[in-house]
Design a protein around this ligand. Structure first.
Ligand code: NDP
Length: 293
């Protein structure tokens, strides 16, 4: 079994991006600029945005954090987005999810200028992705594709089972892996909470992508030997031995499944760091398009 080390790969990708940014600066160009809007005080969201801003610093990308209160109205949030849409100094921006219940995430996503939509969630970018056109790919699936590419994991002709069909992970992942592309061409089954006999599907898979949000949901008996496991899940479980009182685990029962599979992403240290690297790659892409470098 080999660990798919997202943490180390993310450092490599960030170093490569930093070299690119340094080249632009040496040519007298400005640095790329990523902004993030965070609504409310969700502790996990603050941690994720913090990771993104730290990574920007390492790469040489300027960043701005816009903090909005929990009770902000949809109109006021859209006005905040509009400001970023209009600001020529901002190349791309994200709105950290989840949003408070009174705000419709679809309306918010629709308000983002697609040319600055570095999360790749706008229907225009999702549509382009589905058609195989050049666009911003949602960060988590993009990070997974970068991992498959760098580890030279062949997907062509393989049977992939994606568990979870969210708009930000499962659905785009299933599209990317089934595209006619060097790291696509897989035969993909997209499964969800209504799927019957999930275990049978999983036992038939060469590659499993788990994006469910349920701790250790996929157990050793659901996986055939030599399967490649991509665990997207981030779940908190109680752990009295930790100062925080909890630790993070994936959707896959790592200890048991790692004995059986050929490759596996750990949680933490697998898909998460690559999501950040992919977001920054999208930011550089937006910068290149906006400044025609
Ligand atoms: P969502 O809650 O949006 O989607 C979960 C999906 O899992 C749904 O499609 C749901 O099916 C499916 N599901 C739930 N229960 C079952 C079941 N018993 N059998 C099969 N499918 C099931 O989650 P996200 O996609 O946003 O996130 C998934 C996980 O990934 C979370 O732990 C999240 O924290 C993590 N995540 C990690 C990221 C990273 O960077 N590493 C980035 C984004 C998310 P249905 O549609 O029928 O309800």
């Amino acid at each position: 079994m080999q660990i798919l080390d997202g943490k180390t790969l993310s450092v490599t990708l960030q170093r490569e991006m930093n070299e690119q940014v340094d080249k632009w600066l040496a040519q007298g160009k400005r640095a790329p600029h990523l902004a993030a809007i965070i609504v409310g005080s969700n502790p996990a969201s603050k941690v994720y945005v913090g990771h993104k801003i730290k990574a920007c610093e390492r790469v040489g990308i300027s960043s701005s954090l816009i903090e909005e209160p929990d009770d902000i109205s949809e109109e006021a949030l859209i006005a905040s987005i509009e400001k970023l849409n209009q600001d020529p100094a901002i190349d791309g921006f994200i709105i950290q999810l989840p949003l408070p219940r009174h705000i419709d995430p679809q309306k918010i996503i629709m308000a983002v200028d697609p040319s600055k939509d570095v999360d790749g969630f706008h229907p225009s970018n999702m549509g382009k992705m589905a058609l195989g056109l050049d666009t911003f790919i949602p960060a988590t699936p993009y990070g997974i594709m970068l991992m498959l590419e760098r580890y030279r994991i062949t997907t062509s002709g393989k049977k992939v089972v994606v568990v979870g069909r969210s708009n930000i992970v499962g659905t785009p992942m299933s599209i990317l892996l089934s595209r006619n592309h060097p790291f696509g061409n897989a035969t993909v089954t997209l499964t969800h909470s209504r799927t019957q006999a999930l275990k049978q599907h999983l036992l038939d898979a060469d590659i499993i992508v788990a994006a469910i949000g349920r701790a250790k949901f996929i157990t050793e008996d659901m996986v055939k030997p030599e399967t490649i496991i991509i665990d997207v899940g981030i779940n908190r479980i109680q752990d009295a031995s930790r100062k925080s009182g909890f630790r993070l685990v994936g959707d896959v029962d790592f200890d048991a499944v790692s004995e059986k599979c050929s490759f596996i992403t750990p949680v933490p240290g697998g898909v998460g760091p690559l999501t950040v690297a992919a977001l920054l790659k999208n930011t550089l892409k937006a910068y290149e398009q906006n400044t025609s470098v």
